[in-house]
Ligand binder design. Structure first.
Ligand code: SDX
Length: 429
């Protein structure tokens, strides 16, 4: 592996240092490039550009590897609770029994949302998309806790904000759903664990309790773990760059929720189900829709397929696909959309267009089918992604803050007009 990179600009040689990570990934450090050469680099979408060094999540897109703090996602999904994984991502180690008990107790203490915030919900139309409600509610939390806005970010205040966010997000999410149904809000209850509490707030009514099914709780726990972090994806990069201006954590997370909403990112899980439904209604002709996805003149894309980093199977999709079969069988659900998804996957994976471009099912391809089986409404799918991703966003913001990283401010190459003089309106054509 090279110790340094050598570039020649205007007949002059420049050496650039090489940085190597703990998994032998290599990067050319260009932090002094402009000062020493006058040149910058350009890389739309940052497909080849590392924004930071991070010790939180490692993924290898070619080998389909994903690890949180060194633990393989397969082991965490099979054995851990979402609270354990949240603690691991944020604090760097799996909690021991006492640490886990104290963490869960603290989260339970903060699940209630200030009663004044209930009025905000009433102002939204019933058809308000819950991601729009959630991002503004999370941003509004900062106004109820002014101490969270101190740029000195002392660890006690930050830790309290972290616990409040993890505790309140499911409450805000469930209330945005209840609000859309114009149903009465259900309050969190301390006798329930994290996933049970969320399901209870979503589906209980004052007139009858929701019967908590361990199969559903286990599937939800697994799904949240699988979504918990994914290194420098679009929404996580958003959280980091907003936080780099010393904006408070609530505002940074609210920005992350907005970025996740996009259909090319977290919004894809909702679009996958809508796509499968469209194919089902159209008679289930999978070949026709695969051809449409390949046609450059057709805007249709196979939602849930392809990934910026995974050029092999998304390991999360493999686990979710297996869980899909288990959950639907245990719940006695026979969903024709699952059959269409499996057919679509088979046809696409045998097609040269997808094989040449390394397009495989990603985390969103099967997750919507499980959420549907868990009776989560389609418009809440991306909210589920946000609840899962919250510990990852927090961990990445915390790492960026503790490392004292500079405010994010990319450069550009200007392509507009050269210098020209103002012309009075009377003289313009
Ligand atoms: C997530 O980054 C993360 O880690 C994200 C995430 C996370 O955990 O945070 O994993 C979560 O966002 C998963 C991705 C969810 N999005 C979708 O499922 C939407 C559908 N997928 C695509 O839009 C696309 O694959 C992206 C956005 C995911 C990746 O796009 P890239 O890396 O910018 O790749 P590209 O758009 O340049 O595509 C390369 C080629 C193009 O064809 P050519 O111009 O080379 O001929 O592949 C084609 C694309 O047209 N292509 C697709 C396709 N995805 C890419 N063609 C048909 N259907 C698709 N889904």
């Amino acid at each position: 592996m090279s110790e340094k990179a050598k570039i020649v600009l205007d007949n002059k040689e420049h050496d650039l240092p090489v940085v190597t990570g703990s998994e032998n990934e290599n990067a050319i450090d260009i932090s002094k490039l402009r000062a020493s050469t006058g040149y910058i680099t350009i890389d739309p979408g940052y497909k080849n550009t590392g924004a930071t060094k991070s010790a939180i999540t490692f993924l290898d897109g070619e080998k389909g590897i994903l690890r949180y703090r060194g633990y393989p996602i397969e082991q965490l999904a099979a054995n851990a609770s979402f609270m354990e994984v949240a603690y691991l991502l944020i604090y760097g180690e799996l909690p021991n029994a006492i640490e886990l008990q104290l963490f869960e107790r603290s989260i339970k203490r903060h699940t209630l949302v200030h009663e004044d915030m209930k009025r905000f919900f009433e102002a939204y139309p019933a058809k308000a998309h819950p991601m729009g409600v959630l991002s503004s509610m999370v941003s509004s939390l900062a106004t109820f806790y002014p101490e969270s806005q101190n740029p000195d970010r002392n660890s006690e205040a930050v830790n309290l904000t972290i616990h409040r966010l993890i505790a309140k997000l499911p409450t805000l999410a469930a209330w945005s759903y209840k609000n859309s149904m114009r149903h009465p809000f259900m309050y969190p209850h301390n006798k329930l664990d994290y996933c049970e509490n969320f399901l209870n707030m979503m589906f209980s009514m004052p007139t009858e309790d929701y019967e908590i099914d361990p199969v559903i709780v286990d599937a939800l726990n697994k799904l949240l773990i699988l979504h918990a972090d994914h290194e420098q994806n679009c929404s996580t990069s958003t959280v980091r760059i907003v936080g780099s201006s010393q904006a408070n954590l609530y505002s940074s997370i609210s920005a992350g929720i907005c970025a996740l909403w996009g259909p090319l990112h977290g919004g894809a899980n909702q679009k996958v189900i809508e796509m499968l439904l469209k194919i089902h209604i159209d008679g289930g002709n999978v070949d026709k829709w695969v051809e449409k996805a390949k046609d450059k003149n057709d805007p249709f894309r196979l939602m849930g397929f392809g990934h910026r980093v995974y050029k092999n199977f998304d390991p999360r999709a493999k686990i979710i696909k297996k869980s899909c079969d288990d959950v639907l069988e245990k719940l006695g659900v026979n969903d024709p959309l699952l059959d269409i998804a499996k057919k679509l996957e088979k046809v696409a994976l045998e097609d040269d267009y997808f094989k040449e471009r390394n397009l495989y099912p990603n985390v969103d391809f099967y997750s919507g089918i499980i959420y549907k089986a868990l009776r989560i409404p389609t418009e809440m799918f991306t909210v589920m992604f946000a609840i899962g991703r919250l510990p990852g966003w927090i961990a990445q913001w915390k790492e960026m803050t503790e490392n004292g990283e500079p405010i994010g401010r990319p450069r550009q190459i200007y392509t507009g007009y050269n210098d020209r003089d103002y012309v009075d309106v009377s003289k313009r054509k």
